[in-house]
Each structure stands twice: as C-alpha cells, then as structure tokens.
Design a protein around this ligand. Structure first.
Ligand code: FES
Ligand code: FES
Length: 154
C-alpha cells in the first residue's frame, strides 16, 4: 500500500487488515500516536487522513491507499502547531501528556473547519478525545486562546 505520511511518500507491505495505529507506531516510528483503548473510544490514536480526524485504531491499512496521513510528528513542523503549543503551555493544559497528540490534531481539525469557535463548539470538537488528568477546562481555554492569538493561521 502506498500512501503519504507527514508529507513523504511511503509504502507498507503488510496485510490490508492491519491497523493504521499499529503500523504507524511499529513500522514508521510515529510514537506520538497513542494506544488508549483500540476501540475508537478515547481519541488518543487520532490522526488526520486527508485533513479529516480519524481514530487510527479503527482504520485498516487497506483503506488508506494513496491517502495523506498526518501525525503530530509532521504537524509539529507547522505554524499552527506553534500557536497551539504556546497556548497549551501558557495555560498548563498538558499534564501526563498521553492525550495531547490526539487533542492537538482534533484541535487542528476543529479550527480548520471553524477558525473562530465558541467554547461550546470547542467542547463539542474535542468530545471524542478523553483526558484523565486535566478536567478539560485548560485544554478548551488553550484552544480558544490559540484561535484568538493565531487568528489568520486557520
Ligand atoms: S486507541 Fe483509538 S480511539 Fe482509543
Ligand atoms: S493530560 Fe493526561 S490524559 Fe490528558
């Protein structure tokens, strides 16, 4: 299977039924993609596929032929990541960090669709991503701040 990963053309020779989550971690060293539940419930494994947020534990390799996959390893090179990272840092929105790669990519997917979200829209946009540490408020406020400070990036 040929696909694009973080801007580079790559191919995978394994089975079409293999999970994208496992392949990204084990074959392409994308350790930002976390395994929380393997059931599509926690969002820790979220990646962007053709710009759309997907839980990679629920994606079979056979379905991503020619797709454009982005993980935090690629996204962290962008100005948008810098704006989100600054806001998360300023509001202490990162505790153990396990959920954060998925949260950041969910934030990107949200802001790409809606660059000026309300608090409720941010909560809705991040509702597929579970965090055991922060109580969510700091993360929601960080996304709102990033949208404001990074106005024009999305
Ligand atoms: S590991 Fe994929 S949603 Fe939890
Ligand atoms: S910061 Fe620990 S799970 Fe979210």
């Amino acid at each position: 299977m040929d696909f694009k990963l973080n801007g580079k053309n790559v191919s995978y020779e394994g089975k079409a039924s293999d999970r994208l989550l496992d392949v990204l971690r084990n074959d392409f060293d994308c350790k930002s993609v976390k395994c929380g539940c393997k059931e599509g419930e926690c969002g820790a494994c979220a990646v962007l596929i053709d710009g759309v947020l997907h839980n990679s534990c629920c994606v079979a390799m056979g379905s991503i032929e020619n797709a454009d996959v982005m993980t935090l390893e690629g996204y962290r090179e962008t100005e948008r990541f810098a704006a989100l990272s600054k806001a998360f840092g300023e509001l202490s929105a990162v505790q153990c960090g396990f959920c954060i790669p998925g949260m950041v990519l969910a934030s990107e997917a949200l802001l790409r669709e809606n660059p000026h979200p309300s608090e409720e829209e941010v909560r809705e946009g991040l509702s597929g991503n579970l965090c055991r540490c922060t109580g969510y408020n700091a993360i929601v406020n960080a996304v709102l701040n990033a949208a404001k400070e990074g106005d024009g990036l999305w």
